[in-house]
Write a protein that binds this ligand. Structure first.
Ligand code: PLP
Length: 447
């Protein structure tokens, strides 16, 4: 296989895909098929993370492109109050086969950040319409990422992406994310989940419940912490606390939704019934930009009663994107890919455990379904991290690329040296072998 070193012609130092940073390395692709990315220089890369944990049905699904093309030939665009057949079909499928029954209201945005913004604003609008006008505060979590608009950045905990914007961000509060490995109670303390839920209630009581509109969190933390499990008691407790104080739960399933963790939505693992959910990436599996915002009747009713417009983004529910999403979900149903994500996820977990479970620089291998992550440390016993300047995640990703496998970097702020694995659900066992073995080689070379 051809080398993927930056000196190789596969790396272009011009026309960078990175915004305004032309000096950063970019790799020129020619096309992709299944789980494989093909380079302009003739090389190939096994995509172990479905891009940014997006690709679920794999590349090259011509029927998705055909559905998208047919929609665009029929109509390029429509604006509310008009509804397109593609949008109606998608909403009908979501309601029939995907959404939990209590989330009856569907609204479609064109990206995760936009959807997160809309979901959080919906929570605030709900209370404004009800006359509870003091409920404007939002509680997010320390280890989190919800998007890159001003509001979603503020609610999230992505330190690097927030840098420089802090003074213009709306006021939000942050509480601990349950994190067994580094629980303040001690490593893998059995009550780490209870402690995190209690910290939420303490914050609510300190601030005054009547001032808080919503609590925002991912059921299972995605790439910001690296597939961190919340523990079995966290969400039941959080749900009880929020209900008791009249606070809405906004669940972010942008990364973990649509089968990624082996269930349709990750909330199902924990008995979580959010009031509002936004879920994307997997909705059209990378074929089109589309993300859903879903809510209960009770959330939307006060707004509807006042006849207020919810929100509007020009490219929400674009007909081409709706057609692509409808076809991707049809493929997922036909090929039973949610179940496959669960079984191949278990197989991936076992392989990662065999390859890296005893590695002196791997503190933990975690995750569910086809969302897995490793946390790299300098010392497995003390959990001491490598210095920031080491750039360990980047070193592992670069070493993986040299071996022809792409891994997705995770982590935020103090939570660093996280590498995520999340291939398409169509992944084969031989590819899982290669992914686990290459990650071991990449870690060995990087540390
Ligand atoms: N929420 C989570 C959990 C994410 O992982 C992401 C993106 O990675 C977003 C929100 C933002 O989505 P987008 O990049 O489509 O704006």
């Amino acid at each position: 296989m051809r080398s993927l070193l930056p000196s190789d012609s596969g790396f272009a130092m011009h026309d960078s895909p990175w915004p305004f940073v032309p000096a950063r390395v970019s790799i020129d692709l020619s096309h992709a098929e299944g789980r494989t990315l093909y380079l302009r220089n003739g090389g190939s890369i096994l995509d172990a993370s479905g891009g940014a944990i997006v690709s679920n049905v794999g590349h090259g699904r011509k029927e998705v492109a055909d559905a998208c093309a047919a929609a665009m030939v029929s109509m390029s665009y429509a604006v509310p109050p008009f509804s397109t057949p593609e949008r109606l079909r998608l909403v009908e499928r979501l309601r029939r086969a995907w959404l939990p029954p209590h989330l009856t209201r569907v609204w479609l945005a064109s990206g995760g950040s936009e959807a997160g913004d809309a979901a959080i604003k919906l929570a605030i609008q709900h209370f404004q319409a009800k006359g509870e006008t003091r409920r404007v505060k939002i509680i997010g979590r320390e280890i989190s990422y919800h998007g890159t608009t001003a509001l979603t950045l503020a609610v999230g905990g992505h330190v690097a992406r927030k840098a420089g914007f802090e003074s213009v961000m709306p006021h939000v509060l942050h509480v601990p994310t349950p994190y067994a490995l580094r629980s303040p109670l001690g490593r893998n303390h059995p009550d780490f989940d209870i402690a995190a839920a209690k910290a939420l209630e303490e914050t609510i009581l300190r601030e005054g419940p009547e001032t808080i509109a919503a609590f925002v969190g991912e059921p299972l933390n995605g790439s910001s912490g690296g597939a961190i499990e919340p523990g079995p008691r966290y969400w039941p407790m959080v749900q009880e606390i929020c209900r008791r104080h009249g606070i809405l739960i906004v669940s972010d399933e942008v990364m973990v939704g649509y089968g990624r963790t082996g269930k349709r939505f990750a909330a199902e693992h924990y008995g979580l019934e959010p009031d509002i959910m936004f879920a994307g990436k997997g909705l059209a599996g990378g074929y089109a930009p589309i993300v859903g915002v879903f809510a209960t009747d009770a959330v939307v009713a006060p707004l509807a009663a006042k006849g207020e417009a919810l929100m509007f983004y020009t490219y929400g529910a674009h007909p081409g994107a709706c057609a692509a999403a409808d076809k991707v979900l049809e493929i997922m149903e036909r090929e039973d890919l949610v179940a496959r994500s669960a079984t191949k996820g278990d197989a991936l977990g076992a392989r990662l455990e065999a390859a890296l479970g005893q590695h002196p620089n791997v503190a933990e291998i975690r995750g569910r379904g086809l969302l897995r992550a490793i946390e790299i440390v300098k010392d497995r016993e003390t959990l001491e991290r490598f210095p920031v300047e080491t750039g360990m995640t980047g070193r592992v990703v670069a070493a993986g690329l040299k071996e022809g496998v792409f891994f997705y970097s995770g982590g935020t702020g103090e939570i660093r040296d996280i590498v995520c694995v999340g291939p398409a659900f169509t992944v084969e066992d031989g590819e899982l072998d290669r992914i686990a073995e290459t990650l071991r080689v990449a870690v060995d070379k990087a540390v």
